[in-house]
Ligand binder design. Structure first.
Ligand code: NDP
Ligand code: 8X3
Length: 251
């Protein structure tokens, strides 16, 4: 029987490439995102594959639980959940950032991820089988200017992933937090609110990660033997390293 993969944020970036990779390998896909047109295009592009699309906002608790509850029978037993939908809004210092942007990041990256997980988990537990991938970030591990709330949401995702591992002991369910660095997707376009020039300049002069790199990693991890659990996996472009500590002199 083909395995079933649910991918959130399937309309762009990592999520879209992850759908493509698993679909082409014969998996049945549940692809979630808000932009219905994008999901339709993806389904059309993968017309030979088995894709079930759901257009929903993961911030809407009721919508999420209803959608999972009402999945057609042949998609109900989800084997792999890729909690990928998420975003950063702004890169201002905390004192200058918009509280509304903070709320959207918390509602999406934390609460949305929790709703999907909570809705999908019962059947995985019942079947004593499953793999959950969460998309954290290097921003959850390392502080840097302007990452204030975005980084904190990803630190939440990391700790939640580790804590899930404890709670899911004896269920055979695996959990991995993937923590990418700079990756060229629509991420910066969203962060900089459609300022394409600013977004593109983030990736000037070096080779960033791309969606396919992360999809590849998720796909490879999913093929590891069942007794192997990678807890966290931080991945950067080779060109990216750390900036060192900042020091305010003469103060
Ligand atoms: P993209 O902007 O290309 O994709 C983000 C996806 O999330 C889109 O498909 C978007 O779909 C979906 N999404 C956002 N908000 C919602 C929502 N409320 N409900 C449903 N879907 C939503 O970015 P990436 O592919 O780069 O990002 C994927 C994940 O990886 C994110 O969690 C991001 O934080 C993380 N990440 C990204 C890095 C990068 O440098 N690119 C580095 C580290 C982590 P739609 O708008 O159609 O709803
Ligand atoms: C995205 C990584 O460094 O662009 O999660 O914020 S960064």
């Amino acid at each position: 029987m083909p395995k079933i993969v649910l991918v959130t944020g399937a309309s762009s970036g990592f999520g879209r490439e992850t759908v493509k990779m698993f679909a082409k390998d014969g998996y049945k896909i549940i692809a979630i995102g808000r932009r219905q047109e994008r999901l339709k295009e993806l389904k059309k592009e993968l017309s030979e594959c088995d894709i079930y699309t759901i257009s929903l906002d993961i911030r809407d608790k009721k919508e999420v639980f209803d959608a999972i509850e009402n999945l057609p029978l042949e998609y109900k037993n989800i084997d792999i959940l890729v909690n990928n939908a998420g975003l950063a809004l702004g890169l201002e210092k905390a004192q200058n950032a918009l509280i509304e942007d903070w709320e959207v990041m918390i509602d999406t990256n934390i609460k949305g991820l929790l709703y999907i997980t909570k809705a999908v988990l019962p059947r995985m537990i019942k079947r004593k089988s499953g793999y959950i991938f969460n998309l954290g970030s290097i921003a959850g591990n390392w502080p840097f200017k302007g990452a204030n709330v975005y980084g904190s949401t990803k630190a939440f995702v990391q700790q939640f992933s580790l804590n899930l591992r404890n709670d899911l002991k004896d269920t055979n369910i695996r959990v991995t937090n993937i923590e990418p660095g700079f990756a060229k997707t629509e991420f910066s376009k969203i962060r900089f609110k459609n300022d394409d020039k600013k977004a593109d300049s983030v990736y000037d002069g070096f080779q960033p990660l791309v969606g396919k790199d992360i999809a590849n990693i998720i796909f490879m991890l999913s093929k590891l033997p069942l007794h192997v659990n990678v807890n966290t996996l931080e991945v950067m472009p080779t060109a990216q390293t750390w900036a060192g500590f900042a020091l305010e002199q003469n103060c």
